[in-house]
Design a binder for this molecule. Structure first.
Ligand code: DAH
Length: 346
């Protein structure tokens, strides 16, 4: 084990030194500290090691871990500096091509938003925007996620510091999902509801190629007297076929979300390998795209609607991820940065 740790340390320190971009550094970080990263996995073997041996092994492991973390951080700074230096020496040419007017276009994410909104407007859905800075009750409590309930751990939440305001601590937050829009509508009591929201959400996430503290969600909610899972299935296939082609279809898997019962995870048949298994679907033939379900009776009760009279469905998905799959974009950060090359290519 000792040898293994030193080997990983040595190999990766070399790799880190050779990197030329932040992207390469992110990949190394994931390979070491990701869910199945080489460093992450090591302590899992500690239970099989004698206590005495562990006394020398554990400090060695911690030192190697810190060493690698520091090396990545240091290299990150250097790579950034190097890219700034390169910029300094770039020359601005005002001749020839540079004078040609450049034609702009809408951002890929904006185009996608318009496409999806239009699709659902055709079915009679209207847009409803809920606040980004939200009260706890709409983001959680009305959604059957009480205070101090473990299900809150499903969302890493950014709370707003309200000291100095007449607001109880912990009551104001940045919404973690677009699901806050439908309890707001239900509370108004105007049924039937057929609404949608395509908007920003926020989570306490460290940024890397796949995670961001700011991201988009698209969500629909339908409340009425005879809404069923069949409607949910129709809407899922409708969206998938429209954006990924006729061959796309959905599959429901049971999944827990506190605000729906039954709750489902929705998978899409992988349109890249036709279900045979490829890199994009991690060999399974399907990729997960959305969470959905039938609105929980407790949500009806807390928003003042009668769960015996009404049923409803709610359905939400991450358009950024879908765009990444569709256009083979490897880094979610492109959606927030004004990288000119990326903007021109897409
Ligand atoms: N709000 C969930 C999330 O951000 C996604 C979701 C799951 C939305 C199930 C729904 C739903 O409308 O029914 O993780």
């Amino acid at each position: 084990m000792e040898e293994k740790i030193s080997q990983i340390q040595k190999d990766y320190l070399e790799k880190i030194q050779k990197t030329k971009s932040l992207k390469e550094l992110d990949e190394i970080f994931l390979a070491l500290f990701g869910k199945n990263g080489q460093i992450t996995l090591i302590p899992k073997g500690f239970s099989r090691i004698a206590k005495e041996e562990l006394k020398t092994l554990a400090p060695l492991f911690i030192a190697a871990k810190n060493d690698l973390e520091k090396a990545i951080e240091k290299r990150r700074k250097e790579v950034r500096e190097e890219s700034y230096k390169a910029l300094e020496s770039e020359k601005l040419s005002l001749q020839g091509d540079a004078l040609e007017p450049r034609k702009g276009h809408l951002h890929l994410a904006t185009q996608f938003k318009q496409e999806i909104i239009e699709l659902f407007e055709k079915l009679g859905f209207y847009q409803f925007d809920a606040p980004h800075v939200e009260w706890d009750k709409y983001n959680f409590e009305y959604l059957n996620i009480p205070r101090d309930h473990p299900s809150r751990d499903m969302w890493d939440t950014l709370y707003v510091d309200t000291s100095g305001l007449e607001v109880e601590p912990g009551q104001m937050l940045l919404r973690t999902h677009t699901s806050n829009f439908w309890p707001r509508l239900m509370e108004k009591g105007k049924t039937p509801i057929r609404a949608m929201s395509f908007d920003r959400c926020f989570r306490y996430e460290a940024i890397d190629a796949r995670h961001s503290h700011t991201f988009n969600q698209f969500e629909v909610a339908v409340v009425g007297e005879k809404i069923t899972m069949a409607n949910l299935k129709f809407l899922s296939d409708y969206l998938l076929k429209a954006i990924l082609g006729k061959e796309a279809k959905s599959r429901f898997r049971p999944k827990y979300y506190p605000f729906v019962e039954p709750g489902v995870g929705i998978d899409c048949l992988c349109v890249f390998c036709h279900g045979r298994g490829c890199k994009i679907c991690s060999g399974t033939g399907w990729f997960e795209i959305a969470g959905a379900g039938m609105i929980h009776p407790n949500v009806f009760k807390s928003t003042g609607l009668d769960p015996k009279k009404y049923t409803g469905l709610a359905w939400g998905f991450g358009p950024d991820r879908m765009l990444m799959i569709k256009h083979e974009i490897e880094d979610i950060r492109y959606f927030l940065e004004g990288d000119l090359k990326f903007l021109q290519e897409h």
